[in-house]
Design a protein around this ligand. Sequence first.
Ligand SMILES: [Zn+2]
Length: 318
Amino acid sequence: MSTLPFVNHCFVLVLSLVLSATTLFGQAPSARRIAAHVETLASPAMKGRGTGSRENEKAAAYIRKQFRKYKLRPHGVDGYYQPFTAKVRRVVVPDSLRQASNVIGFLDNHAPYTIVIGAHYDHLGDGRQGSSLAENPEGKIHRGADDNASGVAGLLELARYYATNAQVEPYNLLFIGFGAEELGLQGSRYFVSQPTVPLEKVDFMVCLDMIGRYDPARGVGIGGYGTSDAWPELFTNVKGSVKFFTDRPGNGGSDNASFYARQIPVLFFHTGGHADYHRPTDTADKIDAQAEEGIIRLGIELIDKAMQQPKMRFTPVN
Ligand SMILES: [Zn+2]
């Protein structure tokens, strides 16, 4: 009898620990979810998500569905979508003008400034839009698991984390799935020319492009370190489980370049090139989702630190 209150007490304590662990860690990025997103987006049914294809639209709808689930506010022009016309330039095709969309969700924390997080969801389709490195690429599905289902998976996990963590961060967050990157950064260029948040209110932009092939010897590369004098301080004492290195320029590689061109500080996460790059063999089974989870946690650590600081100043990198 006398032990019963103690048992009850223990039970309540354990229960409350479990509950707080759920609320603390339930929204943390997970390798399982990353792998599931990559498998869906890089599945044969998505046919390489070429710009203008039905499957490219399916990929956009998949992102929209997740944004809706996380209760992000639609922040395109047509709901979550920001439609634009993309143009195939590298090869001559009869249908060179193609319908494309950015997919945009907003986490409104009623803050004065906004952090943009983006990843492109298009890839090379069946090899008829140029820039494949395969021999005779026409008709071969380019699955684009690393490029860039991996980045979209990271984008979705960051969106879920910030949207469901029950905190009101001191910055707003704008999540963008970019279209038509493979045709020359066309989605991000369109966004900065027709922004759905004022660009002067953007603190910095984080771009995730090819983050699924972590090599422990190399580490994940983070470009854009030189684009603000605030970055060096934020990179000191970063804990993280993955190895990383920084690179000063922010004007190349992916959609970050469109923001850099507008004098916005950027970070560009990238696990490096490989033999399957822009070839049909860039498949989901080669993605290291566990390491990518570590990369997204590192991203959260850096973003959280940046949110404790005032709006960053841009510095050009020569
Ligand atoms: Zn890419």
